[in-house]
Design a protein around this ligand. Sequence first.
Ligand SMILES: NC(=O)c1ccc[n+]([C@@H]2O[C@H](COP(=O)([O-])OP(=O)(O)OC[C@H]3O[C@@H](n4cnc5c(N)ncnc54)[C@H](OP(=O)(O)O)[C@@H]3O)[C@@H](O)[C@H]2O)c1
Length: 221
Amino acid sequence: MPHIFVAGASRRVGFETVKRLRASGVTVSCFFRSESERSRVEETGAAVTIVDAFDGAAVGAAIAGAGQLDAIICTLGGKPGDEPRVDFPGAKHCIDAAKTAGINRFLFVTAIGCGDTWDTLEEKAQQFLGPAIKAKNQAEAYLFSSGLDYTVLRPGGLSDDPVTGDGFLTQDVGVLGTVTRADVAAQLVRCLESDKTKGQVYQVLDRNQLRTATPFVEMVL
Ligand SMILES: NC(=O)c1ccc[n+]([C@@H]2O[C@H](COP(=O)([O-])OP(=O)(O)OC[C@H]3O[C@@H](n4cnc5c(N)ncnc54)[C@H](OP(=O)(O)O)[C@@H]3O)[C@@H](O)[C@H]2O)c1
C-alpha cells in the first residue's frame, strides 16, 4: 500500500483527501497546526504531526520523520487578510522537504486565477483574490522549477457540499464555476493513481456547477 503525506489536513480539502485515502486502505501521514483537530484526524487512522508550515525545519522534520513516502499532497491555504500568507512559504518548505527526503511525486492545490487562468476571474474576484493568487503563483513557479513530478490542481470556488461525483479536470482556460471540496479530494486521488498527470496543471470544476458557456475538454485519465 502506498504511503501519502498530506500537508494541511485538519479540515476541508486536506481532511477530505485523508478520509478518501484512508477509506481505500492507503497509509497517511499529515500535518497542520490545530491541536484541537488532532483526534478527529487521528480517528481516520492517519498519523498526525502538529507543525506550523512557516517553520521550514519543523516541516522538514515531519516529512523526514514520516518514514518511506510515495507522494506529498499540499493543500495549505491562508485566509483572506492573512499577512504573511502561508501559501508560498508553506508550499516551499514542503517542496524543499520532498527533495531532501527523495520523494519525487508532489500534488499541489492552488486556485483558478493562477497562471494563464488569471483572465478567467471577474474583475471583482481579481481584486479580492489578488494577494492569494500572487502567493500561489510564486508557489507554483517554485514547484515547476523543482524537478519534482508535480501535478497542480486549480479548483474553482469551493463548497462544503457532499461529494457529487461530477468533478472533472480540464486544461482549458476561461471555464469558471464551483466544485465541492470532497470532489477536489476525489480528483487528487485520481491524479495520484495516474502517471499521465505528472508535469500537468488542471482546473477542477463540477460539470453541473459551471457559470460560463466557454467550451472545454474534460481530461480522460
Ligand atoms: N475558498 C475557496 O473557494 C478556494 C477556491 C479555490 C482554491 N482554494 C484553495 O484550495 C486550498 C484548500 O482550501 P480549503 O478551503 O479546503 O482549506 P483551508 O481552509 O484553506 O485549510 C488549509 C489547511 O491548511 C492548514 N494550514 C493553514 N495555515 C497553516 C500553517 N501555517 N501551518 C500548518 N498548517 C496550516 C489548515 O490547518 P490549521 O489551520 O489547523 O493549521 C488547513 O488544514 C487552499 O490553498 C485554498 O486557498 C480555495
